[in-house]
Write a new protein. Structure first.
Length: 399
């Protein structure tokens, strides 16, 4: 099918589209038994009791408890892997499927393309210009079919779509009066406080300067039709998307498998079971039904995401990497009639951190909260766009 026609068909269908519930991987839970009264686990036990016996790791759950549990490994006793929860919680079936991803070649990527899950390999090393063109064609097609109305969710990264899309809108004199743009996420500098716009890692600072302000001036974009999550607009942002609907959701795939800033730890839950004097805390991943109902929230970022930020945007400075953010949830992602995934993770020469996780996002056949990017299985129309270096096999070799 012609790409432009396919975009139009995906995004201009009726709004009451149904989410497709995917099959799910099982998991291995972790259990910790608690007995001594003086054990530091009791602080966590108290919090879980207050939460009705179940506590998710991702919210801002109090500074004291945050320091106690932290993100993978600050647990004061038996620990699990700090780097990624799949190392502890993945079922045997998921482990086998993850290992098999290494063998997928560019030829196999294209051979696996279907009408519902389309694959493209682009020249690279960056995909921003192609992403901008796709956004432009989608927006103009949807607006032409819906009296100028269009609503897209977009990430900042890959960030090099901002200027090409802005210029295309301005050169084509597109009327953006009823065009709406919801950004996926924004970093926080402390719990409940997003980074200031002049911070070097502020998404909204960069977006406003390079995209929003010029389009307000030249194309009639309304500032009230641009939303970026923060502690004060969560209910408004969620209602706004629910009322408008989402024509398409664009995104990238994080090193640890995040989509938006929905990291694997977002989908971990701590459950408390009491029998006499023995207390057992069970840590397990959430199922799809629970995970897919998560809305906009403050999230703690996993170690892999922190390393990705340091590598991409901090000159390797992991010491000052920002470790939390406000993010849309899977509930907002899965409102979209079409999900479009763009992957151009790049380090140097032909090296990239994204080869393996890109294949996981595109080809794992079941959902797991350990890799939130697998939630795209629930959308009827998804396209995966690989830069050429990302499409190569994820083989191991010294360089």
């Amino acid at each position: 099918m012609d790409v432009a026609l396919w975009q139009l068909w995906c995004c201009c269908r009726k709004k009451d589209k149904k989410m497709v519930k995917p099959n799910e991987y099982g998991w291995k839970s972790q259990q910790y038994e608690i007995a001594p009264v003086g054990d530091p686990y009791w602080a966590l036990v108290s919090e879980i009791r207050n939460a009705g016996g179940k506590l998710q790791l991702h919210p801002a759950i109090g500074e004291g408890l945050g320091k106690l549990t932290g993100c993978f490994g600050n647990w004061p006793g038996p620990t699990y892997h700090k780097f990624h929860p799949a190392l502890d919680f993945a079922s045997d079936e998921l482990q086998a499927d993850l290992l098999a991803l290494k063998s997928i070649t560019p030829y196999e990527i294209m051979a696996r393309s279907t009408e519902a899950r389309q694959m493209r390999i682009l020249p690279g090393p960056k995909v921003g210009p192609e992403m901008a063109l796709d956004m432009f064609e989608t927006a103009t097609a949807v607006m032409a079919a819906n009296n100028g109305r269009c609503t897209l969710i977009k990430p900042l990264g890959p960030a090099d779509w901002l200027e090409p899309l802005r210029d295309k809108f301005i050169e084509s004199k597109v009327d953006l009066t009823n065009y709406a743009y919801g950004n996926m996420d924004e970093f926080t500098i402390s719990p409940g406080s997003i980074v200031p716009e002049n911070h070097p890692l502020s998404f909204r600072g960069m977006i406003d300067e390079q995209f929003i302000t010029p389009l307000v001036e030249h194309c009639g974009l309304k500032r009230e039709n641009v939303k970026i999550p923060n502690p004060y607009n969560i209910a408004d942002y969620e209602q706004w998307l629910a009322e408008r609907g989402v024509d398409a959701c664009y995104g990238g795939i994080g090193w640890g498998g995040h989509f938006a800033f929905i990291d694997p730890s977002t989908g971990l839950v701590w459950e408390l079971y009491e029998e006499g004097n023995l207390i057992t805390v069970v840590v397990r991943p959430l199922g799809f039904d629970e995970m897919s109902q998560m809305g906009i929230m403050e999230v703690s970022l996993d170690a892999v995401s922190n390393m990705q930020t340091a590598l991409h945007s901090g000159g390797g400075n992991w010491y000052e990497a920002l470790t939390s953010a406000y993010s849309i949830g899977l509930k907002q992602v899965l409102m979209a009639k079409r999900i479009s995934v763009w992957m151009d993770g790049f380090v140097l020469d032909d090296q990239t951190w994204q080869r393996w996780i890109a294949k996981a996002a595109a080809f794992l056949p079941k959902f797991t909260a350990l890799l939130p990017c697998t939630a795209t299985l629930a959308c009827e129309q998804v396209d995966f766009n690989f830069a050429s270096q990302v499409a190569q096999q994820a083989t191991s070799a010294l360089h």
